[in-house]
Design a binder for this molecule. Structure first.
Ligand code: PMP
Ligand code: GLU
Length: 398
């Protein structure tokens, strides 16, 4: 059977593929130091688990409205009021099967054939594939290490053409950890307002910032003037250690959420009913576990920054948020590496050699639109980080 052109040309998610490669090696009985996947290693907090058990026992095991139960939509609106002073109404919320699904539904709902989506690089692996699946065209704009991997207002303005529909922004950013300041976001928002280009702001790492600043939600910018042009995506995966529960959401003007709701009713129906009830407990219950996990990630971040900058020939801008170290390894291309003296010329081969020869798994920067870089997820315990960094250091001849 010939596959559809859309799927024939689709590459698998590089993060998930890298994790699978590490797992395959582990299955052979090899100890692998796995820093591929970006997901909290903590278990979901107990009160959230209990809410899920109660939901099951109370019979919440049936179909729900396809875009989410009213109670969860109300809890999401209340959380945005509490955290950002934003006044969203439940009909401006769509709950989906994880933020990845939310982004897919946003793009499928708003992007027509040939519409351009501006994506600052380095970008999260799935953005490009999801834009193309929706029939759109990616307009990749490279950001530099010197700018802390942030898109400037000038770069944004210069990338806009008559076909531009959307800017897909991610702060804190996966893979770079870049956190835009409020004034940098205001400058981007002004360009969006002047040009009429919409912004889809992926704020999935909103609770994981280490610089002392609070997250700026895009809809709060310019005194709220940009909210009618803003689509916010977030979810419970990162903040509440709930990656497996698959709950993400979109906040947007009602014509978009109505379209997304229709789409979802045909595509997947509702996200898991039990996960929805658990997410109410996550958003409305005590928030201290969010801070406890953030503090734990902060310690790992400190350690990762120190160790990356101690690797031979490597310097990295400090990630302000999320849980990734993203660093340039080009100095090590073209010279023998590790006990086997392997010579590599790109980041993908670097990661393969590091995995096969030193049993450390990272993700190649190529997957994020940044050749020469690698991503290390520090969402893992300090002992594993230490052992992994010792091995990377030895591999690089340190
Ligand atoms: N956006 C970004 C930037 C991410 O890193 C991820 C996943 N790590 C997602 C969206 C998707 O998250 P979810 O698990 O809720 O699908
Ligand atoms: N988003 C996480 C990551 O970048 C999880 C994997 C994925 O969804 O691609 O590692």
């Amino acid at each position: 059977m010939d596959l559809s052109p859309a799927v024939r040309n689709l590459k698998p998610s590089a993060t998930i593929a890298a994790a699978a490669k590490a797992k395959a090696l582990k299955a052979q009985g090899i100890k692998v130091y796995d820093f591929t996947l970006g997901e909290p290693d903590f278990n979901t907090p107990a009160h959230i688990q209990e809410a899920a058990i109660l939901a099951m026992k109370s019979g919440h095991t049936h179909y729900t409205p396809s875009g989410g139960i009213p109670e969860l939509k109300a809890a999401i609106c209340a959380a945005y009021q509490r955290d950002y002073g934003l006044e969203y109404k439940p009909n401006q919320v769509v709950v989906s099967n994880g933020a990845k699904h939310s982004i897919h539904n946003v793009l499928t709902t708003v992007i027509g054939p040939g519409d351009e989506v501006i994506i600052p690089a380095p970008y999260w692996v799935s953005y490009g594939a999801l834009v193309e699946l929706a029939g759109g065209v990616c307009k990749i704009v490279d950001t530099s290490e010197e700018s802390g991997f942030r898109l400037s207002a000038e770069q944004f303005r210069a990338a806009i053409t008559p076909k531009t529909k959307l800017l897909l922004l991610n702060s804190p950013c996966n893979p770079t950890g870049a956190v835009y300041s409020r004034s940098q976001l205001e400058a981007l928002a002004q360009v969006a307002l002047d040009s009429g280009v919409w912004v889809c702001s992926d704020e999935i790492y909103e609770k994981l910032i280490y610089t002392g600043e609070a997250n700026t939600s895009f809809a709060t910018l310019l005194g709220g003037k940009l909210a009618p042009q803003t689509i916010i995506v977030s979810g419970v995966s990162k903040a509440y250690a709930m990656t497996g529960w698959r709950i993400g959401w979109t906040l947007a003007p009602v014509d978009i959420t109505a379209g997304m709701d229709n789409l979802q009713s045909q595509e997947t129906s509702n996200p898991c009913s039990i996960s929805q009830y658990a997410s109410i407990a996550a958003l409305s219950g005590p928030q201290d576990t969010v801070e406890e996990m953030r503090v734990e990630f902060a310690k790992r971040r400190e350690y990762a920054i120190e160790r990356v900058n101690g690797l031979p020939g490597i310097q990295m801008p400090s990630p302000g948020g999320a849980f990734y170290a993203f660093f340039n390894v080009t100095k090590h291309f073209g010279r023998p590496l590790g006990a086997k003296g392997r010579v590599v010329h790109n980041a993908t081969d670097f990661c393969t050699a590091l995995l096969e020869d030193a049993h450390v798994a990272l993700v190649t920067g190529e997957a994020f639109g940044a050749e020469g870089f690698v991503r290390l997820s520090f969402a893992t315990n300090l002992d594993t980080l230490k052992a992994g960094f010792d091995r990377i250091n030895a591999f690089l001849g340190g």
